[in-house]
Design a protein around this ligand. Structure first.
Ligand SMILES: [Zn+2]
Length: 405
């Protein structure tokens, strides 16, 4: 056995350092050769390189709500979390539903983004023709088939059909569709024989239905958000009513465990980074959503450390699968340097997101981003003796992925 494999097995031995609550009980099924495959390097002192991570589901709030987040702070948070590419959702103000609103978002991104990106277009009742023409400039089509933050919900299934019929076959469709609505979205995928990606799966019934659909050959893929893997309704009393508001809602511990038990059905881990200020979250009418860009990788590395997840499980869901599902270009000379042994505490004051809070505040995690390199340039570096890193990418240095491909 290679010395480096021995080092790796030592780093990620079964049962090592379960740091996050009691989530990591089952012994892992570790296959050293597969685990090793996706590690580019192990440096001195156990540091390792991962490919640049891709988050296919973030809300950067600009245009319209830059007090929560904008393209500058949101992409800074992405880099600090190890993400070198983000796909941004269209429920902004104005929503991204036509050429004019897309141009507004493109302008904000091109002047401020510090990591690479692409914009989703929002399916509305009267825009299926126009969106089909704009498709080459978009990350994909986002269809809100259930309630969300903003006005983009499509209730009438005939509208779903129009978009499925007109949207170019080679471009991704992402559906916010929960429970039985999700079954309708999967049916359309089958009827139109084209891929659909289900956003933020949270329930046992949903992941089981997606498993069956995949077994039948239906072209469905899905993502799960870290907060649905690490939090449940059991956490609501500690979080408080407003800070616990998220869509889909935090589910039961049984649902959460069903996601872990069906890991092979999950194609992507997507943060659904959805920042709101603490003042808003603690108000009488708290909007749903959690920030997630800066906590996803540490939480998932902690799961790797605890043996609940393998490193290649992580890389497949945070780099390889999103690149394939969304037909994203390579980012040359791009990587994330991680110390998988670093034990530290998530603190909101060390984060770069403008919303200045996290539902994981105070959680002890194992695994920390040390440095991020994007297209050969250092864009993030962790400071000495601090858990707050320095963003070294300038605003506007991020590129639109659809201009590259
Ligand atoms: Zn979302």
């Amino acid at each position: 056995m290679l010395v480096r494999e021995l080092m790796f097995l030592q780093l990620f031995r079964p049962g090592a350092a379960a740091c996050v609550g009691d989530l990591f009980l089952p012994p892992p099924k570790i296959e050293p050769s597969r685990l090793y495959f996706f590690i580019w390097n192990i440096f001195d002192k156990g540091k390792m390189k991962l490919p640049g991570l891709i988050d296919p589901h973030v809300h950067l709030r600009e245009p319209g709500a830059a007090h929560k987040e904008d393209w500058d702070t949101g992409t800074a948070a992405a880099l600090a979390g190890g993400f070198t590419a983000v796909l941004t959702m269209p429920n902004t103000n104005p929503p991204i539903i036509n050429a004019q609103s897309l141009a507004i978002a493109e302008q904000a991104a091109s002047s401020k983004a510090r990591c690479d990106y692409a914009h989703y277009l929002g399916a509305g009742p009267h825009n299926s023709h126009e969106l089909a023409e704009l498709a080459p400039r978009a990350a994909g089509l986002k269809m809100y088939l259930d309630n969300t933050y903003g006005p983009l919900r499509l209730d009438d299934m005939s509208l779903w059909m129009e978009h499925f019929a007109r949207w170019p076959r080679g471009m991704p469709i992402v559906a916010h569709a929960e429970s039985r609505t999700m079954a309708g979205g999967i049916l359309l995928s089958a009827l139109f024989d084209r891929p659909v990606h289900i956003a933020h799966v949270s329930l046992r019934e949903e992941i089981l239905l997606i498993r069956l659909a995949k077994e039948k050959g239906i072209k469905v893929t899905c993502e799960v958000a870290p907060h649905h893997l690490f939090l449940s309704t059991d956490d609501l009393p500690a979080l408080g009513a407003g800070r616990g508001e998220v869509r889909p809602r935090l589910a039961s511990p049984v649902d959460r465990e069903a996601l872990w038990a069906n890991l092979e059905v999950i194609d992507c881990f997507a943060t659904d980074h959805a920042p709101h200020t603490l003042e808003e979250k603690d108000s009488f009418n708290p909007p749903p959503g959690f920030p997630g860009l800066e906590t996803a990788l540490p939480l998932l590395l902690t799961a790797v450390s605890g043996g609940r997840l393998s490193l290649d499980d992580l890389v497949a869901r945070m780099h390889i699968n999103p690149r394939r599902i969304f037909s994203l270009p390579e980012q040359p000379e791009t990587w994330v340097e991680v110390d998988p042994l670093a034990e530290w505490e998530i603190r909101a004051e060390n984060m770069h997101t403008r919303c200045a809070w996290t539902p994981f505040d105070g959680w002890k995690v194992r695994g920390q981003v040390q440095r991020v390199v994007l297209r050969g340039r250092e864009v993030y570096r962790l400071g000495e003796n601090t858990d707050r890193g320095e963003i070294r990418a300038s605003p506007g240095s991020g590129r639109n992925l659809r201009d590259i491909s």
